[in-house]
Design a protein around this ligand. Structure first.
Ligand code: F6P
Length: 358
């Protein structure tokens, strides 16, 4: 059985651990009946026929290694049906050709939202596909948790933990901008875990006045500092009323490199406080997976291998009620799992006295 493996989209902790999990379980279950191939840089390698045969040794000692040994790239789903350059062929046709030429019986695809749309497209064109849910954003439909998320929560939490001492010493307001354009899971979890005072996520549009009031309330009660965890995709209540195009045009006119700097400026004007912005950025995606992600990727890898052995293709391995289950790709593709504003975790944050910026 010839199996091609690829990692696609933004990298994160646990990609190598997941590749290792799948490979170990396949070699263990199928022995020398299995031949594994690494496809380089995600769908780019599939489009360009860039792949190489791998052996058991390639998957040793990578459990704790960050990034992906296969490389990755972002290949937008909307480009897949377009012909490229002088070529008559679309990217989809090129991928199907590579799969046929290589003689792959199955593809193992590790990725997030965009990746799953293309994986589903391949499945619709008769390719045997099994996928694993990867992203620090935790915004993939059909699974309670994606790998990479818990490691990123650890990092963002550590950053906010460390900011506390400087915020206290200088009596300052600090904004820590956490990754997540569309979904606020990472900001919400890290914000609660680190004891942030105000949490701003894309799903709950913020009012700058409400944030200023929350800061003033803390000041009046004798608190020396306030810490805001702000998702990079945070939007104001006014922006929430606009179309995506209008919002983009507004943002382009503003002089701020990101939403946190805008919030900082507006809060300075309203509160007169000294405000600093910290952006951990891609640091949140790097380094070794935390133990929870090592465990998760190992379980997901073993489950993916079992699906392949049983010929149950067209599925993503997912976590539901702390069990690993297959979920059809057609149910996952194109859907985003965002934070429900009325979820118990948001309510818990409010019950603890945190402001959600609204
Ligand atoms: O999807 C993961 C993620 O890290 C998001 O949180 C972030 O908005 C985006 O990727 C950044 O993308 P890039 O690495 O391409 O700049």
């Amino acid at each position: 059985m010839k199996i091609g493996m690829l990692t696609s989209g933004g990298d994160c902790q646990g990609l190598n651990a997941a590749l290792r999990g799948v490979a170990k379980a396949l070699y263990n279950g199928l022995g020398n009946k299995v031949r594994l191939y690494g496809i380089r840089d995600g769908y780019r390698g599939l489009i360009e026929g860039d792949y190489h045969e791998m052996c058991e040794r390639d998957f040793s000692d990578i459990l704790t290694v960050g990034g992906t040994i296969l490389g990755t790239s972002r290949q937008p789903f909307k480009e897949m049906r377009k012909a490229e350059g002088d070529s008559e062929e679309t990217r989809l046709e090129k991928m199907l050709k590579t799969i046929k030429t290589a003689g792959f019986d199955c593809l193992v695809i590790l990725g997030g939202n965009g990746t799953h749309k293309t994986a589903n497209l391949l499945a619709q064109h008769g390719v045997n596909v099994v996928t694993l849910p990867k992203t620090i954003d935790n915004d993939l439909w059909g699974t309670e948790v994606t790998f990479g998320f818990q490691s990123a929560v650890d990092i963002a939490t550590t950053v906010i933990d460390s900011i506390h001492s400087t915020a206290f010493s200088h009596s300052r307001v600090f904004i820590v901008e956490v990754m997540g354009h569309k979904a606020g899971w990472l900001t919400l979890y890290a914000g609660i875990a680190s004891g942030a005072d105000i949490i701003v996520i894309p799903e709950i549009p913020y009012s700058i006045k409400a944030i200023a009031q929350a800061i003033e309330k803390r000041e009046k009660s004798g608190k020396r500092f306030s810490i805001l965890a702000v998702a990079e995709g945070a939007i104001s209540k006014e922006e929430a009323e606009m179309s995506k195009k209008e919002r983009k045009a507004l943002r382009e006119q503003l002089p701020y490199p990101s939403v946190s700097y805008r919030i900082a400026d507006e809060l300075k004007a309203l509160t007169g406080q000294e405000i600093r912005v910290t952006i951990p950025g891609h640091y949140q995606r790097g380094g070794a997976p935390c133990p929870a992600d090592r465990l998760l990727t190992s379980r997901l890898g073993a489950a993916a291998a079992e699906l392949i052995r049983d010929g149950r293709f067209g599925n993503m391995v997912a976590v539901q009620n702390n069990r690993i289950v297959p979920v059809p790709l057609s149910e996952v593709a194109g859907k985003l799992k965002t934070v429900p504003p009325d979820s118990d975790i948001v309510q818990a944050a409010r019950d603890l006295g945190l402001s959600m910026g609204d």
